[in-house]
Design a protein around this ligand. Structure first.
Ligand SMILES: [Mg+2]
Length: 196
C-alpha cells in the first residue's frame, strides 16, 4: 500500500536519486539539449523535499502540492511535464489516504497521459514518454519493474529524437540516452519501491 508517509519516502528517495545522477543528467542534456536538466531536476526535487514536512490529509493533496512545486521550480521543458503529471495523479488519488497497486498504476497512467498531451509526444520520439508509457504496460502485466526501467532508458540511446530540443540534433541525437527518460526512471523506481 502506498500511504502518504510512503509517498513522502518515495519523493525523498527520488531527490537522493536525482542528486546522485545530477552530473549524468547534465552531461546527457549537454550532448542533445541545453545542459540544464540535472540542475533543473535537482532544484525541483530540493523544493519538493522542503514541502514534505508539512501535513497532508490525502494522496491527492500531497500529489497536487508536488505538482505545483515541480511546475514552478524545475523549469525547462521538463518542469511543466512533471508538474502536470503529479497534478493529474492528484485528481485520480482524490481524497484517498492510501493506494493499492491498481490505484497507483491508474494514477501514474493519468500522469503519463498528461505528459503525452502536454508534450504532444508519443512513444518512439526519444523522450520521457518512452519510459512512462511502456513501463506502465509492463507492470500491468506483472513484470519486474526495475529491469524494465533500466531497459527502457537504455532503449532511448538508439532512438533519433523527433520531439523537443533534442530533435534539432537529428541523426546526431542517436547514441545518447534521453535525460528525461533517465530522470523519469529514477522517479518511477522510487515510487514503485513503496508499493512492493
Ligand atoms: Mg534542457
Amino acid at each position: 500500500m502506498l500511504t502518504i508517509d510512503r509517498m513522502k519516502q518515495a519523493l525523498r528517495d527520488a531527490q537522493v536519486g536525482i542528486e546522485e545522477q545530477k552530473d549524468t543528467l547534465t552531461d546527457l542534456d549537454r550532448a542533445i539539449g541545453d545542459g540544464d536538466h540535472g540542475i533543473n531536476m535537482s532544484r525541483g526535487f530540493d523544493a519538493v523535499s522542503s514541502i514534505l514536512d508539512e501535513d497532508y490529509d490525502s494522496l491527492g493533496a500531497i500529489s497536487k502540492k508536488v505538482g505545483m512545486t515541480l511546475m514552478s521550480k524545475v523549469g525547462g521543458a521538463a518542469g511543466p511535464l512533471y508538474g502536470s503529471a503529479f497534478v493529474k495523479m492528484a485528481t485520480k488519488f482524490g481524497d484517498a489516504t492510501e493506494a493499492d497497486f491498481n490505484l497507483l498504476i491508474e494514477a501514474l497512467q493519468e500522469g503519463s497521459n498528461s505528459i503525452k498531451a502536454r508534450g504532444k509526444s508519443e512513444v518512439g520520439q526519444k523522450t520521457m514518454v518512452d519510459v512512462w508509457d511502456p513501463f506502465l504496460e509492463h507492470v500491468k502485466q506483472g513484470n519486474d519493474y526495475k529491469q524494465q526501467l533500466d531497459e527502457l532508458v537504455q532503449k532511448t540511446e538508439d532512438m533519433v529524437a523527433t520531439k523537443g530540443r533534442a530533435s534539432y540534433f537529428g541523426e546526431n541525437s542517436r547514441g545518447t540516452v534521453d535525460p528525461g527518460a533517465l530522470s523519469s526512471s529514477i522517479l518511477l523506481a522510487a515510487i514503485m519501491k513503496e508499493v512492493d
